[in-house]
Design a protein around this ligand. Structure first.
Ligand code: 2NL
Length: 344
């Protein structure tokens, strides 16, 4: 019996010495000291021993148990210490290493151009007004004198949400809302930048979503020469002081008379090149005197007040100014394209 106990102790101590993880150690503890282990079994069988043998074997069994318990205890401490050491090593931080510089963002080229245009008009005393991109038919069409059967109102040309609600097709509704809220007060002198939506197939020069800036001035005695002077000042700040403009008769339902505005080509200074198709001129704006019915519908008496308005596509301006050949570059967010505008 005693030999059996000592052999058990030898075996247990040997395996404990080899245990290389806390879970392996726990398995061994259960195996040798657990309720179903050999030691418990031996102690249970003590009843069959003689009265002389019982205390001797009992003492040996207790010594064996203590020896195994002590071995488990010290091995556990050793493994825990090793584990702590390992974690400390893996979590070591070298505080002397240089930091990693975070990647810097930059303003999108379209937003830079919007800000540049806003700054020019702010310098001439305009305020910036913004409004909803999802708009009521009334503000987008009706109040702008667009007749019921006008092609722009066709389901085929605009993104309708319901019969009465659509994605705005220009930023004019913001100007209508501003006139309404001004309740006939003057001067009105605003520009309205923002996204607009039209059902168009995308290609190098068309996009179903683009950015527009419209301007509106209403006061007493506003006339065509105020429009021309304002736009000349704008293009000379935008494209250079030598820039010239010309106005051609045109038509918009919301202005009368209406004019298309061309700037002298900034690539060839007007001598003719590929960009201006040898004409020396580039079309950049639509404009005109606000139609009397538009003034009247939004609370301004056309016998007392007059105004001018204009609208331009920001992408087109940016493409001309920076020689960009495809409008889709503004929306595909290719970092190689965007990086070229970080310092403009
Ligand atoms: C273009 C032409 C234009 C307007 C926009 C306007 C707004 C009000 C009243 C009258 Cl509230 N007119 N806006 C006028 C003429 C032309 O835009 O080619 N845009 C890209």
């Amino acid at each position: 019996m005693k030999d059996k106990l000592l052999a058990l102790q030898d075996e247990a101590l040997k395996l404990l010495e080899q245990a290389d993880s806390l879970s392996a150690l726990n398995d061994l503890r259960v195996k040798y000291l657990g309720k179903k282990g050999p030691l418990t079994e031996i102690l249970r069988g003590m009843g069959a021993l003689s009265a002389e043998e019982r205390p001797v074997i009992g003492q040996v069994a207790n010594e064996v148990r203590s020896a195994i318990e002590n071995a488990v205890q010290s091995k556990q401490e050793a493994l825990e210490a090793a584990e702590t050491q390992k974690r400390l090593m893996s979590e070591t931080i070298d505080v002397t290493l240089p930091g990693r510089a975070p990647g810097k963002g930059a303003v999108h080229p379209l937003n830079k151009v919007i800000e540049e245009i806003e700054d020019i008009f702010l310098g001439m005393g305009f305020k910036v007004a913004e409004g909803p991109e999802v708009e009521q038919d009334y503000y987008n069409f009706e109040a702008l004198n667009l007749p019921q059967n006008h092609p722009a109102r066709d389901m085929q040309d605009s993104f309708y949400v319901t019969e009465e609600i659509l994605m705005r097709t220009h930023t004019s509704p913001v100007q209508v809302r501003t006139m309404e809220s001004m309740k006939g007060e003057v001067p009105v002198k605003i520009i309205c930048p923002g996204r607009v939506y039209r059902r168009d197939d995308d290609d190098a020069t068309h996009s179903h979503m683009f950015t527009q800036i419209e301007g509106l001035v209403i006061d007493k005695h506003i006339r065509m020469s105020d429009l021309k002077g304002t736009l000349l000042q704008f293009v000379q700040e935008m494209f250079g002081p030598e820039t010239r403009i010309r106005m051609r008769p045109s038509f918009f339902p919301f202005t009368e008379p209406s004019a298309e505005v061309d700037v002298s080509c900034m690539m060839c200074k007007g001598s003719g090149c590929r960009v201006c198709k040898q004409t020396g001129w580039l079309e950049i704006l639509g404009s005109g005197m606000v139609h009397p019915r538009v003034l009247e519908m939004s609370g301004y008496d056309p016998k007392v007040y007059s105004g001018f308005a204009f609208g331009m596509g920001v992408e087109r301006i940016a493409m001309l100014k920076y020689g960009i050949d495809d409008i889709r570059h503004f929306y595909t967010n290719d970092i190689r394209f965007l990086k070229q505008f970080v310092h403009i």
